[in-house]
Design a protein around this ligand. Structure first.
Ligand SMILES: NC(=O)c1ccc[n+]([C@@H]2O[C@H](COP(=O)([O-])OP(=O)(O)OC[C@H]3O[C@@H](n4cnc5c(N)ncnc54)[C@H](O)[C@@H]3O)[C@@H](O)[C@H]2O)c1
Length: 431
């Protein structure tokens, strides 16, 4: 058995759990070496899981001691899983100190930070992998396989409607994501997944982006609400009330940890300080002529995607619905699912032959099975081939965020924005 690769995780919030499990026993190839965060309580939470399982706790370091951690622990790679706006600091510094990086999406939040990351990679020769788990969803993988196999000829245009329901969607307006300075807004934070998928599916590089967006549903439009749920007087009636003491995870990671850093996980979705848009329409023109028409809605009654590819030889449609476990009370007092059953469907409509449906394999795990597949790919036994190109590098990371960043600039500047105006990617890697 080869020596396991050693990882340090920076950012020990909710998402770190996937990386924590992958590196603390799931695979012989990967080993957790240290934790780093601004918040000791959150790091202790993860160490508590290790000791409860009879394993040894790993060293913890406050964010200000990142360099010392790398010097003392000597990890092979740093997993960057903190707030989006801080990714660049750790990606660049980890590479300067000789480590590879596995970073959560989005790679970063604006064009200046994006350029700094690309420069650091060029300067240090280190590897930066971006964890686009959405590529690994069984439906998304099947679409890639079908399009690459020519099922509808050349992809000429894509219509993509991305719906976040009022449970999941609202959550972005409670936390740090609500301020675009932290997250780049949903255009960068969330839609980086969707834009990466289209770049990957169409095998094309974005050129010009035009967008219009606003905050229509969340934000300070209901005067009576408090600053946060914990101290609000509307806890009994507000449909968006979040009780941070309701689950062990919320309690340990956020409620018990807030005394250290004032991070309130339950800010009012109808409060002040929200700069993130909840509705955006985007047009993207690609270098191979493909046109993407994209929309985001973060307050939909059900969650999912409705995606259509118009090709030179037909049309492919992918429809996905998620989060059906959300139960609501009917007028009769019974509990009923809020919306349509969860599921995914791929239909192909060739121009000159009958339409047909394509079966999507079922995979267990978070994000429709995507998390278990990406984790095995990145932290498990080495893969011998990657025929569909699932593993995403820094250029994939850059191309996807640059669509969201250009959409943000387009909303600010009131005109279409080219990617080249923001960051010039080398010609040979534009795709
Ligand atoms: N791929 C996916 O499906 C997916 C899902 C959720 C989150 N994410 C990404 O994971 C990352 C973390 O998100 P989360 O939901 O866990 O958020 P979270 O708020 O639960 O955790 C963020 C953590 O970052 C820490 N932090 C804040 N400032 C820091 C700093 N300067 N240095 C070091 N640590 C700092 C916080 O203390 C906290 O522990 C984000 O980049 C997010 O975009 C990806």
């Amino acid at each position: 058995m080869p020596t396991p690769k050693r990882y340090a995780i920076v950012g020990t919030g909710g998402r770190a759990d996937m990386f924590f499990r992958a590196t603390s026993g799931a695979f012989a190839e990967s080993q957790l070496a240290a934790l780093c965060d601004i918040n000791q309580t959150r790091m202790d939470h993860y160490n508590g899981k290790l000791t409860a399982a009879g394993k040894k706790a790993v060293p913890t370091y406050k964010a200000a001691d990142f360099d010392r951690m790398v010097r003392e622990v000597k990890p092979d790679a740093v997993i960057v899983c903190c707030r989006d706006c801080d990714h660049d600091t750790y990606i660049v510094r980890a590479m300067e100190l000789g480590c590879d990086v596995v970073t959560e999406k989005p790679m970063t939040t604006d064009e200046v930070k994006c350029k700094a990351i690309l420069d650091a990679i060029a300067r240090t020769g280190r590897k930066c992998t971006v964890t686009f788990n959405a590529r690994y969803s069984p439906g998304e993988t099947k679409v890639k396989e079908l399009l690459a196999g020519g099922a509808i000829g050349k992809v000429l245009s894509v219509n993509y409607e991305h719906l976040l329901d009022i449970r999941h969607g609202a959550d972005y307006f409670r936390r740090w994501h609500r301020d675009k300075a932290n997250s780049g807004g949903l255009m960068v934070h969330k839609c980086t997944h969707c834009f990466d998928l289209v770049n990957w599916w169409a095998d094309a590089a974005p050129k010009t982006i035009a967008a219009y967006g606003c905050t229509q549903f969340y934000g300070p439009r209901h005067g009576e609400h408090g600053l946060r749920c914990k101290t609000c007087r509307l806890t009994k009636t507000c449909k968006f009330y979040l009780d941070l003491s309701s689950t062990a995870g919320m309690r340990d990671l956020y409620l018990n940890a807030e005394k250290e850093d004032g991070y309130f996980r339950d800010q009012c979705v109808f409060g002040e300080g929200i700069t993130t848009e909840d509705s955006v329409a985007v047009i993207v023109h690609y270098d191979n002529g493909t046109i993407l028409s994209y929309s985001l809605n973060a307050f939909a009654p059900y969650e999912g995607n409705r995606i259509a590819f118009n090709g030179s030889e037909g049309r492919l449609e992918l429809t996905e619905t998620a989060n059906t476990s959300w139960l609501v009370t009917t007028p009769e007092g019974a509990k009923a699912p809020m919306h349509k059953p969860a599921g995914a469907k791929i239909e192909i409509f060739p121009h000159h032959s009958p339409a047909y449906e394509v079966e999507i394999p079922k995979v267990e795990g978070g994000h429709g099975g995507a998390d278990s597949l990406i984790v095995r790919d990145l932290f498990g036994p080495p893969k011998t081939s990657d025929p569909l190109g699932h593993q995403a590098d820094h250029f994939d990371g850059a191309r996807s965020i640059l669509i969201g960043i250009a959409a943000n600039r387009s909303m600010e500047w009131g005109r279409p924005v080219t990617i080249d105006e923001l960051v010039r990617l080398p010609a040979k890697v534009r795709r």
